[in-house]
Design a protein around this ligand. Structure first.
Ligand code: RIB
Ligand code: CA
Length: 310
């Protein structure tokens, strides 16, 4: 029986690769894609998600538009990383598949109420505004969520949008606090892991030769590599969001600890910081499986093999 998931996303080239990995993997049943404002405004994230589904040859995938701004702050975007379109690289045709009429938050609530309790996993790979809004509007869905596997935060790696905060958490820290405090089984893929999932020339060439979607994937990684290589002086760029999907397929690729993680929402200096009690010194109750290690060879082998199936 395939695992039912909903991907909540702000495509973003790395989000796009995560969506392709999910669509290529029979272990997962993608109930829908809910889009949120993040890397680029909502209109573009909702368009990019459909571009990716059509690239995968899966125009029947249900894509929903969600929140166009954080719960209580001005939207911060990341065109400097992902380009003006949010999916800069190979120019792909505009989508012809429709957006679903329902708001993404309504789809999250309806689906969690309709499916048997404990059978739907949420995979947020952008700001957590949609997820938090659904929890606020319908608290009854919280115990019905099987697990949340998200990309966000950082501890040893600090932040990427500020010295203290990772982008997904920083954009909507109040939403992140709601999700991290919800007592739902939570797996966190922070920069501590994703900064070890680095592309390289060989790995990108492996993508390029991975079937029909390969050239597009290689063009996306070529594009967003330029920013990270410049910033980190590394050979390649971190492939953040696909780590969540790879975890669902092969969890043994990752190692981490069940610890307490709190979200900073008060201090301007450290706003959006994931205060991860890695050394268990706070006495606060663990609320997250916070990942720290990855078998990067195994990750890229899985990703390349699956992309070639599309
Ligand atoms: O910090 C990395 C995260 O921010 C990724 O999800 C990337 O797509 C951006 O949304
Ligand atoms: Ca993302």
């Amino acid at each position: 029986m395939a695992r039912k998931i909903i991907i909540d996303t702000d495509p973003g080239q790395d989000d796009a690769v995560a969506i392709l990995l999910a669509l290529a993997s029979p272990e997962l049943e993608l109930l829908g894609i809910t889009c949120v404002a993040g890397n680029v405004p909502l209109e573009l994230t909702a368009k990019n998600a459909r571009i990716v589904c059509e690239l995968a040859g899966r125009p029947e995938t249900r894509v929903f538009a969600g929140c166009d701004a954080p719960l209580s702050r001005k939207l911060v975007t990341a065109e400097h990383v992902h380009g003006k379109t949010g999916l800069d690289g190979l120019t792909l045709p505009d989508p012809t598949m429709p957006l679903q009429d329902r708001h993404a938050v309504d789809f999250l609530i309806d689906t969690l109420r309709a499916e048997p309790a404990g059978t739907v996993t949420l995979c947020p790979i952008g700001p957590l505004t949609n997820i938090a809004t659904a929890m606020q509007r319908a608290p009854d869905i919280i115990p019905r969520i099987q697990e949340i596997v998200l990309m966000g935060g950082g501890y040893f790696e600090g932040g990427n949008i500020t010295p203290a905060a990772e982008f997904n958490i920083y954009v909507d820290p109040e939403a992140a606090k709601i999700v991290f405090d919800a007592k739902v089984p939570l797996v966190v893929m922070p920069l501590d892991v994703t900064h070890k999932a680095l592309t390289s020339r060989a790995r990108v060439e492996g993508f390029r030769n991975a079937g029909r979607v390969g050239p597009a994937v290689a063009s996306w990684t070529d594009f967003f590599e330029r920013f990270d290589k410049e910033k980190y002086g590394s050979e390649g760029a971190p492939l953040h969001d696909p780590c969540t999907i790879a975890y669902l397929i092969k969890p043994d690729l990752f190692t981490g600890r069940h610890i307490n993680v709190e979200i900073e929402t008060g201090s301007d200096l450290t706003l959006g910081m994931t205060v991860a009690d890695w050394w268990r010194v706070s006495g606060r109750a663990p609320n997250a499986h916070f990942m720290g290690g990855i078998d990067d060879e195994g990750f890229f082998a899985l990703l390349t093999e699956r992309l070639a199936r599309l």
